[in-house]
Design a protein around this ligand. Sequence first.
Ligand SMILES: [Zn+2]
Length: 272
Amino acid sequence: MSNRSFFLQRESLVGSDKLVLFCENRIVVKGDEFLWLQEQVIDLLPEDSEFLLVDHNGEHFVAAHTSEDIAEVVAAESRSLRSLLFIEGESDFSVAGKASQIMSWYRTHRYCGVCGSKTSQHEQQRALLCANCGEQYFPRINPCAIVLVTKGREILLARSARFKTGFYSCLAGFIEVGESAEDTVLREVKEESGVEVDNIRYVKSQSWPFPSQLMLGFHADYKSGDIVPEPGEIEEADFYDIDDLPAVPSPDISVAGELIQIYVEQVRKGEI
Ligand SMILES: [Zn+2]
């Protein structure tokens, strides 16, 4: 990757460019649509607006930010990224999630954390440079491990103190400094549920932009121990038969839902 643009000039935008518009930390949405064509809104954006290029699966998108309340002017509304999870297809949501994370990173790295000088865009990479001390800053993601723990036909599910009532999911936690993802699986399952697992295997991952997480999805077998929910973190945890599951996340929006769905299908097909 060389000599590429990370920002576009207003004059170089074309009518068919798809824009994701942010008003502060919210996305401007009209009905269920939030990808605007350049010609629909460009004249309404402030003169000094920056246009951020966002590549996603080979397609180009543009993200723009304004602190002016443009939503009202275009008879739209501004919504949180999280609320779009439930109205948009996976692809559009991914674009918005990526744009949101990159934009937020630029906003929070205007100055060098070492010497306090202003940073500037690296010529060849999505990075910010400090011309004074040479420090480089790259967009940061925070890895988390999420794990489906199974015991025969049963799945370990927990209700977090943070979830809305009645909603259950897999156990998960941030990977701490110095840990492997497998270390995190062992530690989080033990801390949150009291049980021990083995045969940990990686299944799949998902970008989760709240705010900048990478969820690494694992499957592990129950090994030993009684369930003891972690006070303050887990309100309830138990093993549930695949034919008698409580409300769980949709596989369309969350890797936890996918891990559950994959296992349930395997058991039903007799593969387990
Ligand atoms: Zn510096």
